[in-house]
Design a protein. Sequence first.
Length: 230
Amino acid sequence: MYEIDTNISGASRLTNIIIEHPNVLNVLEYFNIPLGLGDKTVAEVAEEYNIAPNTLEVVIKVYCRTIPSRILNKEEIHDLLMFLQTSHDNFKLVKIPELKNLIENFSREIPVKYGKMLVAFFDEYIQEIDEHFMYEDKKVFPYIANILHNNKETKDFKIREFERNHTDIGHKLFDLKNILIKYIPPTVVSEYRKQILNKLISLERDLMYHTQLEDNILVPFVKNMEINIK
């Protein structure tokens, strides 16, 4: 048996949190923390894998949809930045290709017009998310890393530019779910439809947490740093 922990903290047993909130498995994946956790607490796991304990706790709380603590220093924000970068790689190299493969397989089992529509719609989404992540990977994250390490701003960029242009990359997934649920004929019986929907729901939720970490944790910290840089 496991104990339900309603007040997540550094002293909470990570295994219990995962059983109660399976989304936290993604947190482990992006922090490169393997399973086989035993009865270790959040703080103990953070120490073992050289992660700032408060950063791991903050991210877990976001994925559990509870109010996170504040990130207080550069070390903690550095670890959050690494988490976000790793999640980008996972989205681009694992989760998106898995979905594309399922959609292409499903497209061969349904009427041609629907198959073409699904494939074209998702290809358009891949292009959009690639551009979104490339902007963050090439422009935003290097800027943040620079001010973390050198305490210097880049004259041609401020974090408010990112904040102003930070678009929702999950809305097209909602549209894609609607197509699968509403418009593909009920005469098409395929396990692929359910698999795609489950993965879309998981990806949509994961992207939502990703955006919340950027908007509510990362951006406010960097804005405060910019104010204090002389």
